[in-house]
Design a protein. Sequence first.
Length: 242
Amino acid sequence: MGKRIFLAGASGAIGRRLIPQLLAAGHQVTASTRQAAKTEELRALGADPVVVDVFDAAGLRDAVMAARPQIVIHQLTDLPAGLDPSRMAEAITRNAHVRDEGTRNLVDAAKATGVRRLIAQSIAWAYAPGAEPHAETDPLDSNAEGGRAVSVGGVIALERHVLEASPMTGIVLRYGHLYGPGTGTETGADPALHVDAAAFAALLAVEKGSQGAFNVAEHNSHVTTDKAISELGWRADFRLAR
């Protein structure tokens, strides 16, 4: 049976590829964006758009409660188009802010609405140095320095908010480097991940997977994806038909 889903960050690269998959599976999607100009694109994809800023805690709570979702999917980021190197230094700080305060606000809104399952985007290259390939039980790089410390700090905060959001079931998808439509690149750095396969993992997590983190990437020497394959039934070669 289809679920009511609140998709936060729906106008991003993954969100735009995820909406068609969710709708094809019979789910009803409320799609959030902070930019009013993107609502028509979301509506054209078949979602019900809502404009809300994740840092507006009260407005976000109202938007989630109005949608009455059973599941919340967190695909929020604040990164420049094509990961423009000239803008990344500033973007890293903004993105960490989204991962920390933005995730906390989304978790609070989901709890207030009685959501039972929260699925969130993370990254697969935040592990502490050590033997590879990294499994999900390996520690994250809490001793990182410089810009990496800011980025990894945001990841650690996001994952803590999601995985400690009892009584909700929290699922963290640690994505590889994205490539494909909407990402600005047709090849991904190792560990790589096509944007359609990233969205597919979120679709599968709607119905499958126990609380915890899942590495989601193409076969590589850096992280193991056995858990996502066995528990979620995920495939790295998944692509949308259109």
